[in-house]
Design a protein around this ligand. Structure first.
Ligand code: E4P
Length: 218
């Protein structure tokens, strides 16, 4: 499973790249706003200078022509930009046109398997089901991902599934168990993946035993 980082924060992206867990990045207008960024173009270029993996940049326009022209502008910023469009009727129509022009699209804000089917039929390179937001309203977000995997397998669609709106290591675990292509993960969850209290306890015991043995031999 590929690990994307779900952030617009350069320090987090740099850190994940140094650790070796950075296959790509996803951003959205809220993540840009969190960094105090109004005009995302410079930040997208900076992110693309750190990673050669896919970097999703979301359009602000909501009608067809605006989406298409914004998408072309974003995709000209770097070779690895993926344009993120909302899964609306206009978003699907724009996806078809952009896919024909060779622009990679990530259809976002996906909350149902039928929306994901439409995304694949429109030619989206990626689809982003939001698991955490579904859990927040009492649904099972990961069940949605299972259903999308079944549909895409039935028809051999090549659209890659990005499990989005991840809130905990459990989401990452379930995504890996069911074979999702990609998880886009907040930095703090990536850090949690490596943690286990027994690892810390075991390490402390090893170091203590080593120190005792050295003291005995000195
Ligand atoms: C995905 O591409 C989105 O940027 C993101 O995962 C949304 O997560 P949230 O529900 O925590 O805002």
């Amino acid at each position: 499973m590929k690990f994307f980082l779900d952030t617009a924060n350069l320090d987090e992206i740099q850190k994940a790249a140094s650790i070796g867990f950075l296959d790509g990045v996803t951003t959205n207008p809220s993540l840009m706003a969190k960094e105090g960024i109004g005009d995302q173009e410079q930040r997208i270029k900076e992110i693309c200078a750190i990673t050669s993996g896919p970097v999703s940049a979301e359009v602000i326009a909501t009608e067809l022509d605006g989406m298409i022209s914004e998408a072309h502008k974003l995709s000209s910023l770097a070779h690895n930009v993926v344009v993120k469009l909302p899964l609306t009727v206009s978003g699907l129509e724009a996806t078809k046109t952009l896919a024909n022009d060779g622009v990679k699209v990530n259809l976002t804000l996906v909350f149902s398997p039928l929306q994901a089917l439409l995304a694949a039929k429109a030619g989206a390179a990626y689809v982003s089901p939001f698991v955490g937001r579904l859990d927040d309203v009492g649904e099972d977000g990961m069940r949605l991902v299972e259903e999308i995997i079944s549909i895409y397998t039935n028809y051999a669609y090549e659209t890659e599934i990005i499990v989005a709106s991840i809130r905990s290591p459990q989401h990452v675990l379930r995504a890996a168990l069911i074979g999702a292509d990609i998880s886009t993960i907040p930095f703090k969850v990536i850090a949690q993946l490596a943690q286990h209290p027994l690892t810390d306890k075991g390490l402390a015991a090893f170091l203590e035993d080593h120190a005792k043995a050295q003291a005995k031999n000195s």
